[in-house]
Ligand binder design. Structure first.
Ligand code: PA5
Length: 445
């Protein structure tokens, strides 16, 4: 079972902070479990690992099998919460090089997560003549980036397979009743999957949003949900020893109050990179409001020890680290013996790469802690679907607790609208004429 260890934390925290925070932690827990806190319309994810739609879950598996049988590639169109979780899980469990591997499952390309023409053209080029399907994901059904990308890939499908053939290859994941995408899907007869009303984008990886793309790669989504369900049971408990989400939420709040302003999430495996991107959205969007919150950043060790290591060790003392440990590697490599020993590395001959990595991990932990960077360690049982399901639920639950400790609504995102209004105005969207003139004058000035 996932656990949280605090390394030599006493030097950075006030005495008994966990006990001091206990009543507030109990209240935060109650808000999540009973739906009595701010944003309680969006806590459908709390019971989701057990209370999910089993009929839809079976349809997700059937759709994944259909895509596996008729497509060499799946184009996944979505942004933010409609993209990062699936990409994180696929990279972590199948490798960031998944598309380059020899395999019987389709390649997965993520588009609609930005507005780069080159990035989209590259996916078109990589698809070539391959048979492909599209999973377009947008809860609102109106987000510009995925909507624009979908125009391109829908047209490609319809040109290649005709309207009827394309219908068999378009899967829309969206609101059950509202939005342009839902209306379009109903009108065109595409198969649809639902983003539940009470689950916000960044908490939606364990819905069809994440599950369909993940299932297409062959990852065991039963195990993913099983891991999340096991953590859901743990997170219902009260107490720091019993519930790792309590320990994590409390220490990050305590460190924030003690003057830390940045939390750096890291891992010693490059495959974890997009899980850190998912985590950054989860915490950044849930907590970054009313002028409050830790800034969520990320590193990939040991690579970033050679770029960010200097700052972490000796820069402004405003950071703490949360390191995710994935356990043993699936494939163990051993350092070879070299008769000449020209590089002087024979003292490592016969040692596993995990052994070398673990010593780097311990050395870094000690150096950073001594350098004034507190370390929180999140230990996973391994790098498999079950463990990752546990971790996803753990971070989500801790985020809810943490947001309530901070006294913000962890489930809204009013700040994401500001750039959209400006973009629409500058693009000439009807209804934004006055704002357009105003913005152009500012830009011109
Ligand atoms: O968490 C969120 O709410 C956002 O990141 C959204 O997921 C993102 O903006 C995409 O929105 P939508 O799924 O409505 O296209």
């Amino acid at each position: 079972m996932l656990n949280v260890k605090l390394f030599q934390m006493d030097t950075f925290t006030s005495a008994n902070y966990e006990e001091t925070l206990r009543p507030r932690m109990e209240s935060a827990q109650e808000k999540l479990l009973k739906g009595t806190g701010a944003g309680s319309d969006f806590i459908g994810w709390v019971n989701l690992p057990q209370d999910y739609d089993k009929e839809e879950f079976a349809r997700i598996k059937a759709a994944a099998a259909k895509i596996q049988s008729n497509s060499k590639a799946l184009v996944v169109i979505g942004i933010g919460g409609s993209y990062l979780g699936a990409r994180g899980v696929i990279d972590c469990l199948c490798s960031p090089n998944y598309n380059l591997k020899k395999k019987s499952t389709p390649n997965v390309y993520f588009v609609g997560n930005g507005l780069s023409s080159d990035a989209m053209a590259e996916v078109v080029e990589l698809l070539g003549d391959d048979d492909f399907s599209v999973n377009v994901i947008s809860k609102s059904g109106t987000t510009t980036e995925p909507a624009v990308a979908f125009r391109f890939f829908r047209k490609m499908l319809e040109d290649k397979y005709g309207k009827e053939g394309a219908k068999e290859r378009i899967f829309a994941t969206t609101d059950k009743a509202r939005g342009a995408l839902k209306s379009l899907a109903d009108a065109e007869g595409w198969e649809t999957f639902v983003v539940p009303d009470d689950v916000g984008g960044r908490y939606s990886v364990l819905t069809a949003v994440g599950l369909l793309p993940i299932a297409v790669t062959g990852v065991d989504i039963d195990a993913l949900m099983g891991g999340a369900a096991s953590m859901m049971e743990v997170c219902r408990k009260s107490g720091y020893e019993e519930n790792p989400a309590w320990r994590y939420a409390a220490v990050r709040y305590e460190l924030y109050c003690a003057g830390k302003s940045i939390e750096v999430l890291g891992c010693y495996d490059p495959a974890f990179r997009f899980m850190t991107e998912w985590w950054k959205q989860l915490y950044g969007e849930s907590e970054g409001k009313e002028g409050k919150a830790l800034f969520p950043a990320s590193v990939e060790f040991t690579a970033d020890l050679h770029s960010m290591g200097q700052y972490i060790q000796e820069g402004q003392r405003i950071l703490f680290e949360t390191m995710v440990r994935l356990g043993d590697s699936q494939k163990q490599m051993y350092v070879p013996m070299d008769e000449q020993d020209g590089d002087g590395l024979n003292f490592l001959a016969g040692k596993s790469m995990d052994f070398v990595r673990d010593r780097a991990m311990e050395g870094t932990l000690l150096a950073h802690t001594e350098g004034g960077v507190p370390n929180v360690i999140v230990n996973l049982d391994g790098r498999d679907a079950y463990s990752l399901g546990q971790m996803i639920y753990f971070f989500e639950f801790a985020c809810g607790l943490s947001g309530y400790l901070l006294e913000v609504n962890p489930f809204d995102q009013p700040g994401v609208e500001a750039y959209k209004k400006n973009m629409f105005a500058l693009l000439g969207k009807p209804g934004y004429e006055a704002r357009k003139a105003e913005l152009e004058a500012k830009l011109g000035g």
